[in-house]
Write a protein that binds this ligand. Structure first.
Ligand code: NDP
Ligand code: 2IT
Length: 455
């Protein structure tokens, strides 16, 4: 049985590639870890394919096609000047234009953007849609900023980024800290600078200006659909299950909504200030009001719910017992200790709504304990898949209904699940979605790269 996300176990053929990645990207721990996971799992695949070795496929796949780093100057409401750093890593375009979100958060670094971009390449391949992988963002903290400040930041960011984008070149979307408001300002500035109403250059747009139904819901809904499939393989479902979701942003809120529609009781969610416990089940409409309309902290939810909910300041949501865990906040938020405790208390499934939210050690424990584990690059692929549906609608100047779009999302998530499941079986690791996702994604990208020659 292969084990993933464990250090020091790389086969010699891939160990050398990993050393090169570390040397070229010193200190970029998140990126190293994302690469390590893929290299470790695909090592036996590469051994079966001498043509991959000859074409230096692994070396090429680990090296972004292009990396853009730029200065983003802007002024706050008092006229004070700020300077941030913007990034776009155009990782791989073998399957289509670079595609992936933009993240605005103070802890964004080259390592974070590269790890997200690398994951995105294989995630996008798993969707089966014609999209390559990229990621971007800035070390800008949107918290507490006025709409005017956000607009000026987005305009400055796009003033530089626009020259690298295009519906056939690179198509960003949102990620943490970048939602419909930010995408509106980014799209407006792109349109102004280029004098083109090029809808397909960004996804996650508002419905009134070229967006797709279900895109806001897609990542959270898709994560739940993926977990539903894993549960179905074990002859069970969400119905009557206790669920904990971390975060209370775009992915988390819609994961809560869909899990509840499928009969689950979601008893806790969080933000970076702490978590709320609500034994009756989270009131998702109230949560949306607090987080999306008022842009308030999660404590405001507990205040409104009165005695039914408690807010635990600075607390960790993974201390709450559950049968299904949906980490939907950020990287490395669920560690070995949390995993051990959750397993002891009856955990049966984990779906990574966020990108790499579980530490390597936590993942190892889940797999050893036989917990159904849906890795982010498969489980949260519904967001980018629906972005590709948005591009499809933009290209045909069409717009689809909510029902039709959601059905397409469901079909895509079922197909991703089937691909991961079948690939894991094919490589002798039944039920191992981490292996299935990494191998299936890798093979699709690698074969396309081989076909396109040495570029
Ligand atoms: P949002 O910015 O909408 O929400 C992020 C949420 O996570 C916020 O509630 C935030 O709280 C919380 N959070 C951040 N850090 C912590 C922490 N250390 N502890 C507890 N809560 C924390 O982002 P998204 O929902 O869009 O993204 C969440 C994750 O999902 C990211 O990993 C992203 O890459 C991934 N993802 C997003 C997709 C999308 O379509 N948006 C698609 C696929 C993956 P606070 O407000 O306090 O910061
Ligand atoms: O991590 C992700 O897949 C996203 N942030 C969504 C990317 C997209 O292009 O929709």
């Amino acid at each position: 049985m292969l084990t993933a996300r464990e250090p020091l176990s790389l086969a010699p053929a891939v160990a050398e590639v990993f050393e090169t990645v570390k040397r070229r990207n010193p200190g970029e721990l998140e990126f190293h870890r994302a690469v390590h996971e893929v290299l470790e799992i695909v090592a036996p695949v590469v051994e079966r394919h001498p043509e991959y070795v000859e074409a230096k496929l692994l070396e090429r796949i680990c090296e972004p096609e292009r990396q853009i780093i730029f200065r983003v100057p802007w002024t706050d409401d008092r006229g004070q000047v700020h300077v941030n750093r913007g990034y776009r890593v155009e990782f791989n375009s073998a399957l289509g234009p670079y595609k992936g979100g933009l993240r605005f958060a103070p802890n964004v670094t080259a390592s974070i953007v590269k790890f997200l971009g690398f994951e995105q390449v294989f995630k996008n391949a798993l969707t089966g849609m014609p999209i390559g992988g990229g990621k971007g963002g800035a070390d800008f903290d949107p918290k507490g900023r006025s709409d005017g400040e956000i607009m000026r930041f987005c305009q400055s960011f796009m003033t530089e980024l626009h020259r690298h984008l295009g519906e056939h070149t690179d198509v960003p979307a949102g990620d943490a800290g970048v939602g419909e408001r930010e995408l509106g300002f980014l799209f407006g500035q792109y349109k102004r600078i280029t004098n083109r109403y090029e809808s397909g250059v960004l996804t996650g747009k508002g419905i009134a200006w070229g967006g797709s139904q279900v895109r806001p819901e897609a990542t959270g809904y898709g994560t739940v659909y993926f977990v539903e499939e894993m549960l179905r393989m074990r002859d069970t479902s969400f119905d009557g299950r206790t669920v904990v979701v971390s975060g209370s942003g775009n992915v988390a809120v819609h994961a809560i909504e869909k899990a509840q529609q499928l009969g689950a009781r979601v008893v806790a969610c969080s933000d970076s200030s702490g978590f709320v416990h609500d034994a009756d089940g989270i009131d998702v409409e109230l949560l949306k009001e607090v987080k999306f309309v008022e842009r308030a902290r999660i404590s405001a939810y507990a205040e409104r719910r009165g005695s039914r909910a408690t807010f635990v300041p600075e607390g960790c949501v993974w201390d709450v017992d559950c049968e299904i865990a949906l980490p939907c906040a950020t990287q490395n938020e669920l560690d070995e200790e949390h995993a051990r405790r959750l397993i002891e208390r009856g955990l049966i499934a984990v779906g990574e709504g966020a990108n790499m939210p579980c530490t390597a050690e936590a993942v190892k424990l889940f797999r050893e304990a036989g917990v159904a584990f849906g890795p982010g690059k498969a489980a949260n692929a519904g967001g980018v898949a629906t972005s590709a549906l948005e591009m499809q609608q933009n290209a045909s100047r069409d717009s689809w209904t909510f029902e039709y779009t959601e059905r397409r999302l469901l079909e895509i998530m079922r197909s991703i699940h089937a691909t991961c499941y079948e690939t894991a079986e094919e490589y002798g690791m039944p039920g191992d979605y981490l292996a299935g996702a990494n191998i299936a994604g890798f093979v699709r990208v690698a074969d396309a790269m081989l076909a396109l020659g040495l570029i």
